[in-house]
Design a protein around this ligand. Structure first.
Ligand SMILES: [Zn+2]
Length: 154
C-alpha cells in the first residue's frame, strides 16, 4: 500500500466506484474512471501511467507489481476518507467531475463568447476545463474552487 505523500498520486478508479471518482475530482484528485476493461488492462494502464489503482476487488488489489488501494467500505464518505487517509489530500484545484479534466483560468474577454451575456456582464472570474471545455463562474461549481483555496492555504 502506498505511503501518504505531500501531494496525492494520480488515481485509476475501478468499476463500482464511479461516485467516488466524481467526488475525488471535486476534491482535486486526478481520478480516471474505467468500468469497461478487464483486470489485465487496468493493471497495464495503472502501471504505464503511474496511477494508483483504487478498487473494491480484493484479489485485483493484491496483484503483485501493482500500486493499489483496496476500498473496503460501501459508504461514499468512508471511501473518501480511506483515500485521504492513505494517499493524502490532493492539494490541487477541483477537476471536472464529468471528465476529470484540468482547469485554466479565463479572462473576461476569453469567457465572453462562451457564457450567457448576463454572466459575462456580471462576473469577473471564470475557469475552463481543458478536456471538455466547460466554463464555470462563481456559482454552480465554484464552491469546490473555494474549498481548494482553503486547503491550499493550510
Ligand atoms: Zn469536463
Amino acid at each position: 500500500m502506498p505511503k501518504p505523500q505531500a501531494k496525492a498520486p494520480p488515481l485509476l478508479i475501478d468499476a463500482m466506484l464511479g461516485t467516488l471518482a466524481r467526488r475525488l475530482r471535486w476534491l482535486g484528485y486526478d481520478a480516471e474512471y474505467r468500468n469497461d476493461l478487464p483486470d489485465e488492462e487496468m493493471i497495464a494502464i495503472a502501471n504505464e501511467s503511474g496511477r494508483v489503482l483504487v478498487t473494491r476487488d480484493r484479489v485485483l488489489a493484491g496483484r503483485r507489481g501493482l500500486s493499489s488501494l483496496f476500498i473496503v467500505s460501501q459508504e461514499l464518505e468512508e471511501q473518501v476518507q480511506a483515500v485521504v487517509d492513505t494517499l493524502g489530500l490532493a492539494h490541487a484545484p477541483a477537476r471536472c467531475t464529468a471528465c476529470n479534466g484540468d482547469l485554466d483560468p479565463l479572462t473576461v474577454q476569453q469567457a465572453m463568447p462562451l457564457v450567457p451575456p448576463y454572466v459575462a456582464r456580471t462576473q469577473t472570474e471564470f475557469v475552463q476545463y481543458r478536456r471538455c471545455a466547460r466554463v464555470y463562474w462563481p456559482g454552480s461549481h465554484w464552491p469546490a474552487l473555494q474549498a481548494w483555496r482553503q486547503i491550499s492555504q493550510e
